[in-house]
Design a protein. Structure first.
Lengths: 601, 429
């Protein structure tokens, strides 16, 4: 790969090879700033009969070229580099989740400690974790070996033991994997990559356990002491192995790798990368979600700590029945504000299972789908909270003052009150007919507390920008700010002892376009118009014991940003307890979610 | 002129004569003795009409008691004082009576009496007693009124003891709550128990030892098996040992009592068996050190510094050694979980350990860890009992405070004082 001089880069081409669609975007230096100008897409061609990922890439890029009226592909079917006049691009980057993305098996000694750190490293690198093998996973060794044999991961990550800690358990795990002889997903001639990131003292013993049938790489311990994680080396190695082994053996990827100017990243890894960059640069805590057909990815950055979870069975098409099973029908029906019985709901779920790729054709179908989305997002966020925790197994230092307030390790670091930004992406959020629907889905599912900004990634550009941020951060930031996110507005939510009809908080807003004051009673939801690029100063005076971000009963004064939806004042309480259908209808009407339906009534 | 002087003189003489000769107050009248209801034949209630001189002359009323009848035989009563009560008092409850005398008691005390000897001849093993009571008004000048005697009466036993009525109510509430909660738990109703960080951290502590390749050390206090805290400690040991077996970690249990060692061995072996790893059990790791308190502590301290266990559990009865152990454990970087019901040792454990089970938490550990419906139900039932007692205490404190504010001698204040007295003497006795 060539060295990039950021100052000379004026045209950037980025592709994301998804399982079904390959998306391409063109970023150009226009009027002194980088802007995303065109986008195109084409079916992914990694499967037979094409079995060459570059065909889909070229098709998507060709569409972009036509729209941009710029020649990007030469006669040999290669991307033209560097840019000259009205042809070519200076920088070409790509991400990939084609063929199921990066699938990994991870192993550690104690499930809640080194095995969890290994899982965190794999997920952070953008992988899907197929299973976690641990000494205490309550499976007998033969069951564990059987499971390893059944799975066909792209690579295996072994961790376990602090440096100087246990060697017995780590070697035992290696001795489960070695005889199981796991087979890789791609390429029969390819040796299974195994990354060892455990107790340094056990490294030589691990080398003795494995023979030449695997490609063993040893990196720094990802948990050198229980008090600290060191995920960087393991993540970097996962990326390297992903490129060297997995990508190299996937159809057409060798060609694609020769075209790109930066290493191909797994799509979720790239999304995590851009979210971390944004959180770091703006000093905020952020949560991102990508709800797909089969899975839902949740990313978070709290206090600089990045976490990612993949809820493999929560999605809007292939996994819709699982969402209904996990959430239960009454929980889905509670979001439906008109008369719909469980039988009708079940019929809709079955239809969606038979035809997963259909999109809602009626308002009722839309309401149903968005109800399911709320539950899928809620469950995924709940799983994320349980995973994004402080480290377990850490010695605590106490004082006598802690007598009645002792807490175990492993508390979630996801604090909805400290959350500053929620970014939603995925079909059901990005393609909702009204932005208001997206905003309320995010509010209902994530239940932000205090003052939280809402945004959506309309064309799922974050993966492209994630890779771009590694080679050209300035361009990535500029495009992110101007074109990637569509800010929906800001949600102001109160937390406290909710009593119906009583005042939750009073507000006074002053701004160029919005000047209003009033009070919110428990159960109220209100939308105030505050447009894109607009800001206002809001003063919140909560009732006694109510928290709007400054602490119970404390007044808060802050600048809030507008968006396509506006400023949402939410006094429904946290956790959100849903009342009957008329109450939900009142909330729906407050945000004017389904105006067509209101017109029909 | 002479007469007045003589009259004065006579009057003075008469007055002097009156002061020197005691003038007994009028006796109390209508003395009635009735059996006290709902008791175990131990009380007789006496009531009488006050002496006509009650206000002026009576210093007290003396109650006297005597045995007046044994079986059907009437005997000469030998009255002995029971109690003196203040003037103005017209009733008294005589307690600690017996309804019957054993044969040997009758023989011993009344064997000389011919009629009694005849009574004894019929071979009965016990004989009913008839009591006779007298009340005498005692004058302020030391004089005694004429006696008032009640008819002989025998206390009778009822099925229920009325003084224990509130006790039975409490028993029904407490036992009923326990049974109800056990029933609810069995029927599948989830019973919420507050999180006890120290018990939740067991996995974490054993996990730490596993990852670090070090041992788990468990101390069951320094008392023997007759101490309830040692038993509670053994309960927790079962759970820790099972976790250690599941994690394939080494668990070491030094003890200061031979019997505790034997119990601990059984417990740990059983835990390893339940975890499906009986082969991993090593009884040599559960051993007796010494009964000597500081000899035991010195051994533990040395072992901790040498072997650096990654997790230390102190569950049981501890005394001066608590701080020594906890500080040593802290200095070697171990996760430490302590549990004791010794209030004096709790501050040391809290300050030096990662987690501490305080008193009740320590005893609730078994139910918390096993989650069995019986144990959870009884735990919740006991909580109801504590709640009731706490509510009564709060009510008593509030009533006493109100009485003090309003004045305890009259009106509502007096009623509140009476209510508190009833609460204290009847309900809580």
């Amino acid at each position: 790969m060539t060295t990039i001089d950021p100052d000379t880069v004026k045209v950037i081409l980025a592709t994301d090879c998804g399982s079904t669609t390959t998306k391409a975007i063109l970023i150009q230096f226009v009027d002194g700033q980088y802007r995303q100008t065109h986008r195109g897409e084409a079916p992914t061609s990694v499967e037979e009969p094409f079995a060459d990922v570059t065909i889909g890439v070229i098709n998507a890029v060709t569409e972009v070229a036509e729209l941009a009226d710029r020649k990007l592909v030469d006669a040999d079917g290669r991307i033209i580099q560097p840019a000259k006049g009205n042809a070519g691009c200076d920088l070409y980057i790509s991400t990939s989740s084609a063929g199921g993305g990066l699938q990994m098996l991870v192993a550690g000694v104690v499930r809640q400690m080194t095995a969890e750190s290994a899982k965190r490293a794999a997920l952070g690198a953008g992988a899907i974790v197929m299973d976690v093998i641990a000494s205490n996973d309550e499976r007998r060794p033969h069951d564990q070996i059987q499971r390893i044999r059944e799975l066909r991961p792209d690579m295996i990550l072994i961790s376990g033991g602090t440096d100087g800690g246990t060697t017995t358990h780590v070697v035992q795990i290696a001795e489960l994997i070695a005889p199981a002889k796991p087979q890789p997903r791609f390429g029969s001639d390819y040796r299974m990559p195994i990354i060892y990131a455990g107790n340094a003292k056990a490294a030589s013993l691990i080398e003795d356990v494995f023979d030449d049938t695997v490609d063993l790489a040893i990196v720094e311990n990802l948990r050198p002491v229980l008090e600290r994680e060191n995920l960087g080396p393991a993540r970097d190695k996962i990326h390297d192995v992903f490129l060297e082994h997995v990508m190299a053996h996937a159809p057409g990827y060798d060609k694609l790798m020769s075209w790109v100017d930066a290493p191909i990243m797994p799509t979720p890894g790239a999304v995590g990368n851009i979210l971390q960059t944004i959180a770091e640069r703006q000093s905020i805590n952020a949560v991102g979600v990508d709800i797909g057909g089969a899975t839902t990815d949740v990313f978070s950055v709290f206090g600089g700590t990045f976490n990612r979870t993949v809820s493999a069975n929560l999605g809007m098409s292939y996994s819709i029945s699982n969402v209904c099973a996990e959430a239960t029908m009454p929980n889905i029906l509670r979001w439906v504000h008109f008369d719909m019985d469980e039988r009708e709901l079940r019929n809709r779920v079955k239809n969606k299972m038979i035809r997963p790729t259909t999109i809602p054709q009626t308002i009722e179908a839309l309401v149903f789908e968005q109800a399911v989305a709320r539950e899928a997002l809620r469950l995924a966020y709940q799983q994320h909270k349980e995973f994004a925790t402080t480290l377990k197994g850490v010695q605590q230092q106490r004082t006598v003052g802690d007598t009645f307030s002792q807490q175990t390790g492993g508390q979630t670091i996801v604090d909805s009150m400290k959350l500053d930004l929620i970014v939603g992406s995925g079909g059901v959020l990005s393609h909702a007919p009204r932005m208001h629907q997206t905003a309320l889905m995010l509010i209902d599912a994530f239940q932000p507390e205090g003052i939280t900004r809402l945004a959506k990634d309309s064309i799922f550009m974050m993966p492209h920008l994630g890779v771009l941020a590694q080679v050209h951060p300035k361009a990535a930031m500029e495009v992110f700010d101007r074109d990637c996110l569509i800010y929906l507005g800001t949600c102001v939510a109160s937390v406290g002892p909710a009593k119906a009809g009583r005042t939750s908080f009073e507000y006074a807003i002053t701004g160029d376009t919005l000047n209003e004051s009033g009070e919110m009673c428990w159960g109220d939801l209100k939308l105030l118009a505050l447009g894109q690029q607009e800001t206002a100063r809001i003063t919140l005076t909560p009732a006694r014991g109510v928290d709007v971000g400054g602490g119970p009963g404390k007044r808060v004064e802050q600048t809030v940003h507008g968006g396509t939806v506006g400023l949402v004042l939410d006094a429904r309480g946290r956790p959100l307890v849903l009342g009957d259908a008329p109450e939900v209808e009142r909330w729906v009407n407050a945000l004017d979610l389904y105006p067509q339906m209101a017109a029909m009534v | 002129m002479k007469f007045p002087m003589n009259g004065w003189f006579v009057a003075l003489l008469c007055g002097t004569a009156t002061a020197q000769t005691p003038y007994p107050p009028a006796p109390p009248t209508n003395l009635v003795a009735v059996d006290h209801g709902w008791d175990a034949a131990t009380k007789i209630d006496l009531s009488w009409d006050l002496s006509a001189d009650d206000a002026e002359q009576v210093r007290s009323y003396q109650v006297l008691k005597a045995v007046g009848r044994i079986g059907d035989v009437t005997i000469e009563p030998d009255f002995k004082p029971v109690e003196s009560v203040d003037p103005g008092t017209a009733e008294f409850r005589v307690k600690d009576l017996k309804a019957q005398l054993k044969r040997w008691e009758v023989e011993q005390e009344y064997g000389d009496n011919e009629a009694i000897a005849a009574l004894l001849a019929d071979g009965s093993k016990s004989f009913k007693i008839g009591y006779v009571f007298q009340v005498v008004a005692m004058g302020k000048d030391g004089s005694r009124s004429a006696t008032q005697t009640a008819s002989p009466i025998t206390p009778t036993m009822q099925i229920f003891d009325g003084s224990r009525f509130w006790f039975s109510v409490m028993t029904f509430i407490f036992c009923g709550a326990v049974i109800a909660f056990i029933y609810l738990a069995r029927s599948g109703m989830p019973l919420k128990i507050r999180k006890i960080a120290g018990l939740d951290a067991v996995d974490e502590a054993v996990g730490r030892a596993t990852e670090m390749g070090r041992s788990v050390m468990f101390i069951v206090g320094i008392q023997d098996m007759n101490d309830i805290q040692t038993i509670a400690g053994i309960n927790i040991l079962a759970r820790v040992a099972r976790t250690a077996a599941e994690y394939d970690a080494k668990i070491e249990v030094p003890t200061s009592r031979a019997l505790v060692m034997a119990t601990a061995r059984e417990t740990v072996q059983s835990a390893f068996l339940k975890a499906g790893r009986p082969e991993a059990y090593n009884e040599d790791l559960i051993y007796y050190v010494t009964d000597e308190q500081f000899g035991f502590v010195a051994y533990l301290q040395g072992m901790m510094v040498r072997e650096k266990p990654a997790a230390c559990f102190y569950m049981g009865s501890f005394f001066a050694e608590s701080l020594i152990l906890a500080e040593t454990g802290n200095s070697i970087g171990a996760i430490q979980i302590a549990g004791t019901a010794q209030p004096a040792q709790l501050p040391f454990f809290v300050a030096a350990c990662d987690y501490t089970l305080i008193g009740e938490e320590f005893f609730a550990a078994s139910a918390y860890l096993t989650g069995s419906p019986e144990e959870l139900g009884s735990l919740k039932g006991q909580d109801v009992g504590k709640l009731v007692v706490a509510a009564i205490l709060i009510a008593g404190v509030l009533m006493s405070t109100m009485a003090a504010i309003l004045g305890p001698d009259q009106g509502i204040g007096k009623s509140l004082v009476d209510a508190v007295k009833y609460l204290k003497d009847v309900i809580l006795t």
